[in-house]
Ligand binder design. Structure first.
Ligand SMILES: [Zn+2]
Length: 81
């Protein structure tokens, strides 16, 4: 599967986190991952879960991994990709 960056977004624990764990063939749902903010939590892949707010620490970490500077003053503008 094409993966533009070395991490993936996963909804878990009420927030959207990013993880560098490899994506299982059947997807992340129900899988315990390690997030960029250093949590180990189970992914809850549902329509509603994808609407959870982005974890600030993971967002920052993801920007670093993607080598994209953080955009101030526009939180939530880059949610839909
Ligand atoms: Zn996080």
């Amino acid at each position: 599967m094409f993966r533009p960056h070395p991490f993936s977004w996963v909804p878990a624990g009420g927030q959207r986190h990013a993880t560098t764990d490899a994506k299982p063939k059947s997807g992340y749902h129900g899988v315990r991952v390690r997030t960029l903010c250093d949590l180990r939590i189970f992914v809850e892949d549902s329509d509603i879960a994808w609407l959870w707010p982005t974890c600030p620490a993971c967002n920052e970490g993801a920007h670093e991994l993607a080598e994209v500077p953080m955009i101030d003053a526009a939180p939530g503008r880059l949610e839909l990709e």
